[in-house]
Write a protein that binds this ligand. Sequence first.
Ligand code: C5P
Length: 222
Amino acid sequence: MAVALLVAAGRGERLGADGPKALVMLAGRPMYEWSLDALRAVAAIERIVVALPDGVAAPAGTIGVAGGAERSHSVRAALAAAGPGPDDEPVLVHDAARPLVTPQIVVRALDALAATGADAVVAAAPVTDTIKRVGDGDALRVVETVQRSALWAVQTPQVFRRAALARALAEPDHVLAAATDDAGIVEQTGGTVHVVESPRENLKVTTPIDLRLAALLLEERC
Ligand code: C5P
């Protein structure tokens, strides 16, 4: 059985909404509810912890916890609220900012962790753009065209063996604050991370255009 941590405590400043991003209405419901539905539909998930902005009540059947200053601090608070568990228990972390996640993506990530000896498995999609590294003295000068075949754009869900995630989250606050995902901290602390392929439509809502696209895709699904 697995535990799921849904992080929904961000301010979402780049979205330009009045309140927290996870509470923004999307296709008729607060954004985080779409992810919650997908997690609830997975039989292997026995507990769901939701990291929320201060003062927001936990959704029914979940454990609520106040988020932290940065994303990984919210993940750390959510893992603590989940209570103890065995070292090899799968712990899934998902961003409420990815409302297009499906039960199939979640199951694929959990199955991939069980099938490998890795410490973590992250949902990801092969990169389709050509990526250039820029800078090195002249801010706009192209330094390198990166070999695209080896590049994957990483998403959530990210699934961890509990001990590996706990070890990563025990790093000092400034390490957590600098991390853009938890798997990156696992890599830094010597852990092995694998990818599992996920569709590009499991997109992250960051800006208003993402919100419009997510609404269109969700309305198409309903
Ligand atoms: O801000 P960003 O889009 O990178 O946030 C990714 C996810 O992490 C979102 O679901 C957001 O609600 C969550 N988050 C959080 N606590 C923070 C910052 C972000 O739970 N302090």
